[in-house]
Design a protein around this ligand. Structure first.
Ligand code: AMP
Ligand code: GLY
Length: 423
């Protein structure tokens, strides 16, 4: 079967790599892909949100499965258009994708489904939003309702901060239209866990958990990013916790959507905070996490294409047991100097040929230029990943290798998964 992976990040590189390993796969295309996917699969120069051309390509090539990587493809309606043509697609339609693209939609769904989440209010005007925050002495989180590239969330510790955050979104339009509506919610405390599950609209099959590190710098300092590293499984999680999370957080979400007439086929991601009162959902995403996918997929031994195809066809069958590599997996992102703010691209990337076997290299912001080789083309450039019998072993293997990759301004975090060793 021919498979089309939509997107261009390290998550999509990991997905394409996994799909290549399946006995069901003849050929993998990635649209638009990056400098790494071009070497192992075939890059197709179609942007991830170009619905008409993606559909045309999938029809012409008789693609048997399309896998949606980024939220932009979901929000553009790529899933809906492909399904209309009868092409199996792993990834929800636009309506179902609102669980990620609208925080107020997600909060309303959680309230109706009885899913534990932070208390919240939805506001269009500063007065009531600030009053809500003042009642909680400013210990709130102010969120732009729409998609803001992971940046539209301001965690506040005082009334001044909260009022400033509300003004930034509703008065100064810091996040444009995404911030024309804000969700203000109570600020919770506890470690975070990323849970990803495959669903066919009815059944929910949870994957091994992961934890990502969102801040740019060591010690969780610096600005929020798309994610600077991750590891799986994280400390503080257990099989029992996973089973409970499926029945109290994930299944109710899929069921509520179905009751609302919205079928969800694809990956449902829940960002959890493990509070003293139990797990709370901070957010849902309509796709694999990045960099979570890079540390969870290498541990999946079951046939990935079969799994994604069954979900795409709306039939996961009698819930299969997934087979997992018990080893620990650690991934570290190498980013361009200045990321997540402004950064330059086009720098040659050196040292990849010296990476030892056993280290997985997933490309994101890389581009192959004939005559020049691989150059940087984005903020997050590569994710380096290792498996190990212990977190410490996996972590050491990655950290011993990151320094071999060199490009102007490259930086990475040195403390990914360190918490698991201290624990
Ligand atoms: P989100 O995009 O909604 O996941 O928020 C991004 C980050 O903000 C999360 O990973 C948390 O670290 C933090 N955050 C979001 N909501 C809350 C909350 N209610 N309480 C505390 N921290 C939060
Ligand atoms: N790493 C968090 C996300 O993909 O949204």
């Amino acid at each position: 079967m021919k498979i089309l992976v939509v997107g261009s990040g390290a998550r999509e590189h990991a997905l394409a790599w996994k799909c290549m390993q399946s006995v069901l796969t003849d050929r993998v295309f990635v649209a638009p892909g990056n400098g790494g996917t071009g070497g192992m699969a075939k890059n197709i120069q179609i942007p991830a949100d170009d619905v008409a051309n993606l559909v045309r390509f999938a029809k012409r090539e008789k693609v048997g499965l399309v896998v949606l990587g980024p939220e932009s493809a979901v929000a553009a309606g790529v899933g809906d258009a492909l399904r209309e043509e009868g092409i199996p697609v792993f990834g929800p339609g636009r309506q179902a994708g609102r669980i990620e693209s609208s925080k107020s939609f997600a909060k309303d769904l959680m309230r109706r489904a009885g899913i534990p989440t932070a208390e919240f209010g939805v506001f269009h005007e500063t007065g009531p939003a600030k009053a809500w925050a003042r009642e909680r002495e400013g210990r709130v989180v102010v969120k732009a309702d729409g998609l803001a590239m992971g940046k539209g969330v301001i965690v506040c510790g005082s009334v001044e901060e909260a009022e400033g955050a509300v003004d930034a979104m509703l008065v100064d339009h810091a996040f444009g239209r995404a911030g024309a509506t804000v969700v203000v919610e109570e600020r919770l405390e506890g470690p975070e866990v990323s849970l990803m599950a495959v669903t066919d609209g009815t059944r929910v099959l949870v994957l091994e958990p992961a934890r990502d590190f969102k801040r740019a710098l060591d010690g969780d300092q610096g600005p929020n990013t798309g994610g600077m590293g991750a590891y799986s499984p994280p400390t503080g999680t257990s099989a029992k916790m996973l089973t409970e999370a499926v029945s109290s957080l994930l299944e109710p979400a899929v069921r509520q959507l179905a009751e609302d007439g919205i079928e969800y086929r694809g990956l449902l991601y829940a960002g959890l905070m493990l509070t003293a009162d139990g797990p709370r959902v901070l957010e849902f995403n309509a796709r694999f996490g990045d960099p979570e996918a890079q540390v969870v997929l290498p541990r999946l031994r079951s046939d990935t294409v079969r799994l994604l195809l069954e979900s795409a066809r709306g039939d996961l069958g009698p819930v299969p047991e997934l087979d997992w590599d018990p080893r620990h997996c650690v991934g570290v992102v190498i980013a361009s100097g200045g990321y997540p703010d402004s950064f330059e691209t086009g720098f040659p990337i050196e040292g990849l040929a010296t990476i030892p076997p056993g280290i997985l290299v997933f490309h994101a912001g890389t581009r192959y230029v004939p005559g020049r080789g691989l150059v940087t083309s984005g903020g997050r450039v590569l994710t380096l990943v290792a498996l190990g019998d212990s977190v410490a072993a996996a972590r050491e293997a990655v950290l011993a290798t990151v320094g071999r990759v060199r490009f102007n301004g490259a930086f990475h975090r040195r403390d990914i998964a360190q918490e698991a060793i201290r624990a």
